[in-house]
Ligand binder design. Structure first.
Ligand SMILES: Cc1cc2nc3c(=O)[nH]c(=O)nc-3n(C[C@H](O)[C@H](O)[C@H](O)COP(=O)(O)O)c2cc1C
Length: 201
């Protein structure tokens, strides 16, 4: 079954439950994936859980697997304090060449043709660990769908600024979420992507 059909099926099942919300969708992410699962993967970075919850909803809706980007040196609360000029996160964001080490490579990339790439907005941009991920994977010919969460900032150019790090990928326009979107809104976004059917393995 291709990704598109899986998407429609899973979202249809989600919509059958009037009470279904983000928590329900996240819970179903642990259910066995539909046939074809694994040919799309949701790669994400999340420090406080907002992007993670969205990533799990996207995975549940599409049958994709998930892979969390883990910094080799985890971020502490102090690291994330954007009110401290010299905090780790602030220093990294001020340096476009910063590439914080991440743990391992995503094993699902090779078999996946569609990669949802999720991140929180940090000072209007993707955290630099996203740059690390892009730089250390071969993404040529793969479709990348960026999505992000933020307190209030828009997507801005946070997606297009990533393109040079995977220049041979097929980049879809990014999308910013608050994390409080309905399943219907999520489905509309997925449908709007018009993702090409994923061939059977
Ligand atoms: C270092 C840092 C910088 C941030 N910069 C912004 C920003 O520029 N605009 C914004 O709306 N939110 C900003 N935020 C808030 C996060 O984007 C927001 O809380 C996001 O949903 C967190 O995702 P997570 O829970 O997956 O880590 C920032 C947070 C941190 C830690």
């Amino acid at each position: 079954m291709n990704l598109l059909r899986t998407s429609i099926l899973c979202l249809g099942m989600t919509c059958m439950s009037a009470a279904a919300g983000p928590e329900d969708a996240a819970a179903s992410a642990s259910a066995p994936t539909a046939p074809g699962g694994g040919q799309a993967v949701v790669v994400y970075f999340s420090c406080t859980g907002t992007t993670q919850a969205l990533a799990e909803r996207i995975a549940a809706a599409t049958g994709a697997t998930t892979w969390r980007i883990e910094p080799t040196e985890p971020y502490t609360a102090a690291d994330l304090d954007y009110e401290v000029a010299n905090s780790r996160a602030n220093r990294e964001q001020q340096d476009p060449a910063s590439r914080p080490a991440i743990t391992g490579n995503c094993p699902a990339i090779a078999a996946s043709s569609i990669i949802f790439l999720g991140y929180p907005i940090w000072w209007g941009e993707a955290p630099r660990v996203i740059s690390t991920f892009l730089a250390q994977h071969n993404l040529a010919g793969k479709t990348i769908v960026p999505f992000c969460t933020s307190g209030s900032s828009p997507l801005g150019a946070s997606d297009t600024h990533l393109h040079p790090l995977a220049p041979r990928a097929i980049w879809k326009p990014g999308k910013r979420f608050s994390g409080r979107e309905s399943d219907r809104a999520l489905r509309q976004w997925l449908d709007s992507l018009r993702l090409a059917p994923v061939p059977k393995r």
